[in-house]
Design a protein around this ligand. Structure first.
Ligand SMILES: NC(=O)c1ccc[n+]([C@@H]2O[C@H](COP(=O)([O-])OP(=O)(O)OC[C@H]3O[C@@H](n4cnc5c(N)ncnc54)[C@H](OP(=O)(O)O)[C@@H]3O)[C@@H](O)[C@H]2O)c1
Length: 241
């Protein structure tokens, strides 16, 4: 790694192999950050990312829902680059079903990953934010409005907003900002997997289209350069309902 890379800020991005994670990786790489990307199973995509940005991107396979694994991931970053400046809690899953048919284990898994993941990552990586930092929790419109068949997902994403505000209060004195971003319905990742919901989202948009992952990622990247904004929820959606 060249000398110029060693003094660049470090962004930790969970769910780097996903649709929005890839857009975040591209935005942070363009902005010159070193990136520590966490993923669960898509090893080939993770390897492709490290090959695309040699020396600038490191990846690590981890279950964000495991406190122990997140501690190990943070220790590895500490040995490697010694710091974290930004944390994007982006890893997320859905296990959609009508409330009456929702399996208890699916409810638990959604909470464990979507909410527990942000909790474990925040506790693991904040100690590496030695000069302050910025955390963004990726929430969802579904967490604000609710959505048929998404009780677990909506509840986990709504809970992230309370987590964001509380973390902002507690970490503000250490110079760590914590905000939430709702990226809008994206044509990547979990978005197009629910094809009818994607069509309905485009229809409900005042612009008649889905949101742009690159634009949302750029927003997150610019937000995390700010040191004077915390405890806020940024909705990048254009739906009228
Ligand atoms: N796409 C949308 O329209 C949309 C809209 C609003 C909000 N969001 C939010 O944006 C975030 C990313 O969504 P996406 O569409 O990019 O989803 P995606 O393509 O399904 O990607 C999910 C990412 O999370 C990782 N992940 C899942 N479970 C994990 C675990 N237990 N530990 C570590 N990593 C785990 C996956 O890793 P592997 O692939 O390696 O398994 C993948 O990188 C989510 O929080 C989602 O709720 C998305």
């Amino acid at each position: 790694m060249g000398a110029s890379l060693t003094c660049r800020p470090v962004a930790v991005i969970t769910g780097i192999t996903g649709g929005f994670g890839s857009a975040l990786a591209a935005a942070y790489a363009r902005a010159g950050f070193r990136i520590y990307g966490l993923y669960r199973s898509a090893g080939q995509l993770a390897s492709a990312l490290t090959a695309e940005f040699p020396g600038q991107v490191q990846t690590h396979c981890v279950d964000v829902g495991s406190s122990l694994e997140m501690t190990v991931a943070a220790e590895r970053l500490c040995q490697f680059w010694g710091r974290a400046d930004v944390l994007i809690n982006n890893a997320g899953i859905t296990r959609d079903a009508l409330l009456v048919r929702q399996r208890e284990e699916d409810w638990d898994e959604v909470m464990r990953v979507n909410l527990g993941g942000a909790f474990h990552a925040t506790r693991a990586f904040v100690p590496l934010m030695k000069d302050g930092g910025h955390i963004v929790n990726v929430s969802s419109y579904s967490g604000l409005k609710g959505k048929e068949g998404q009780a677990a997902y909506s509840a986990s994403k709504a809970a992230l907003l309370g987590f964001t505000r509380t973390a902002a209060i507690e970490l503000g004195p250490s110079g760590v900002c914590v905000n939430a971003v709702l990226p809008g319905y994206l044509p990547v990742g979990m978005g197009p997997r629910a094809i009818h919901a994607a069509e309905a989202a485009a229809h409900a948009s005042m612009l008649g289209s889905l949101s742009d992952p690159a634009e949302a990622a750029e927003f997150v990247c610019n937000l995390t350069r700010m040191r004077g904004v915390t405890g806020q929820v940024f909705c990048l959606d254009s739906r009228s309902i």
